[in-house]
Structures are given as C-alpha cells and as structure tokens.
Design a protein around this ligand. Sequence first.
Ligand code: COA
Length: 329
Amino acid sequence: MVLAGLGAYLPEEVVTNDDLSRVMDTSDEWISSRTGISQRRRAAEGQTSLHLAVEAGREALKHHGEGTAIDAVVVATSTPHRLCPATAPDVATALGLGHVPAFDVAAVCSGFVYAAATAQGLIAAGTARTVLVIGSDVFSSFLYPSDRNTRVIFGDGAGAAVVRAGDHDEPGAFGAFDLGSDGEGSDLITIGGGGSMPPSEDAPAGRDQFLAMEGREVYRRSIPGMADSCRVALDRRGWSIEDVDVMIGHQANIRILDAVARNLDLERERCYVNIDRVGNTAGASIPIAMTHAHADGAVRAGDKVLLTAFGAGLTWGSTTLTWPELPTI
Ligand code: COA
C-alpha cells in the first residue's frame, strides 16, 4: 500500500488558551506548559464529523489528482455524525464516489492508524485498489462545559489520505502495522452514555453523555505504549530508530511526544509537532499532522517516517512509510 494524497480541514473558529481562561479556572501558562497547546479549533454549531470528513476528503482527492476511482472509504471517528448508521456512507455519497464500500472504524485516537491498516487489508485482499482513509472527530460536542481536564486538550478537525495498491519497495510504501488494545483501561477515557448500555445511576444526570478522562493515568500508560508499539513496527520493517527521519505521532500532549522520543532515543528535532496549533484532534490527529508536515516541508520525499498513536480503548498502533514525491500543499 502506497501513500498517494493528503488533505486536512480545520473548522474556522479558533479557541485560544486565553479564551478558555475567561470561562474556566485555567491559564495560558498552565495549558502551554502542561500540554504544548496554544489554540485549537471548534466546529460551528451543526457542523459535525461528517462535514469535516467531507472537506478533508475533498482536499485529499484534489491532492491525489482527479481521475482515479476510489474503491472504498474508511472513516476513523469516535464522534460520528450519528450513532447509527456509520458516517462513511454519507461521506462517500457527498464526495460523489458512487456505491463503494464505506464504513467507520472506532479506535478513538488510534483510529486513523487502525483505518489505514484496514485499508491495507482491503488492498492486499484485492477488494480495493485505491482507498480514501479519513480521520474526523468533533469532540467539542462531548466536552462538559466546565471540565477543564478535557476542554483544554481537545480540538475539532479532519485529515485524509488516499492510499493505493503498490509495491512494498516503491516510494510511499507502508510497512506492516502494529496494533493493540487493552480493554481493562476502557474507563480511563470514556463517553459512558449513548450506547446500548443502560444509563449509569451513579453519574449525575446527563454527565455520562460527555467525555470523562483520567488524564494522569492515560499519560502514564501512553509513553511505554507508543514507544513499544514503535519498536514493533520498526522491527517489522527492518529499520532501527537511527533510520527514522521523522516521527509523526498522535498529538496528544507535547510532553507525551517528548517522552516517547526520549524513550526511543530519537532526537526531539525528528519528532513532528503541530499540537500547538490544533490541540488533540483524536482520530484526525495523524492525517492532519501528515498534511501539515508535508505543507511545512518538515517531511520530504525519500524520508523514512514512523507513525504512532495511543488513546482511548485503550488502543494503540504504529507503522512505517517512506515519504513519496507528492505535489506541494
Ligand atoms: N488548568 C489549570 N490547572 C489545572 C488544569 C487546568 N486545565 N487541570 C488540572 N489542573 C491542576 C490540578 O488541579 C492540579 O492542581 P494541584 O496540584 O493543586 O492539585 C494540577 O493542575 C496538576 O493536575 P494533574 O491532573 O496532575 O495534571 P497533569 O500534569 O497530569 O496534566 C493533563 C493533566 C490532562 C494535561 C495530562 O494528564 C495529560 O495530558 N494526560 C493525557 C491526556 C491525553 O492525552 N488524553 C487523550 C489521549 S489520546
């Protein structure tokens, strides 16, 4: 499977740390130093993960170039347009892609890596030759208005990649994926209500419709989780950490990215960061970061790139790719 196009979409409204400190007990100093985030985007009222996914998907199709049929659409989202049906069929229709297979993957912050692995499977099985893989999340709809624990971190956004069948040694080729999960940590980041589980009697009325996060524990587990997963993905590719030109990690928290880099013995300069501008965009984080890294010139044709993510579920995943020649964005 080969990377053949990228795109991202961020909603217009910018929410700065100062904006948040006007409505809750926090400060720009606290948020910047603890998370590395300066601002994040918020979707407009009525703008959902579907709308963001369509915009990012359109950008990726443009970047890839007109004329190649898309055979499948996989949307990574944990904040779908609605609980049922999936968001992906609406995305495919809105983009005029015809009656292609389209489905969602729910792996929260690891969602894009899981969705890309799924696309690799569809391509390897001969079910599809070219797949549009999108990560789109609008967590702002699920953040409790006074919860400073989550509101300072999460931002809305979508990113997309076109991937196609190709040789394992051609520019843009992905390696094997490492994927994993640990359901024993499923309560650490959760929206408890809204599923088929009866409402919790312990939760204050309506509170379980919002995201709850035990930040410190997630933080503690994410560092070895991502680093170990990176080692497996590198090993499967036959690369060592010295081979890696750029790590594009899930933008959860700058301190997590720094600690993962330290754990791997990877210099900080080789670790791409855009969390300051976008916050933690969950399943959209990696394709937005890939798009921004390409646009910024932080990753260049021929670079060896490591992708890694960790998040709710708990889930994690990593893979490798060589960066292809792609048009500038
Ligand atoms: N603004 C100001 N102060 C805050 C605050 C905020 N938004 N949130 C917590 N604090 C305070 C706490 O009350 C506490 O004060 P105290 O020492 O007086 O008791 C202090 O800051 C430290 O709180 P703690 O919760 O231990 O902070 P932390 O250093 O663990 O940082 C997170 C909190 C959420 C930023 C951090 O745990 C984190 O990033 N975790 C991972 C989250 C994540 O990545 N989630 C998504 C996974 S994909």
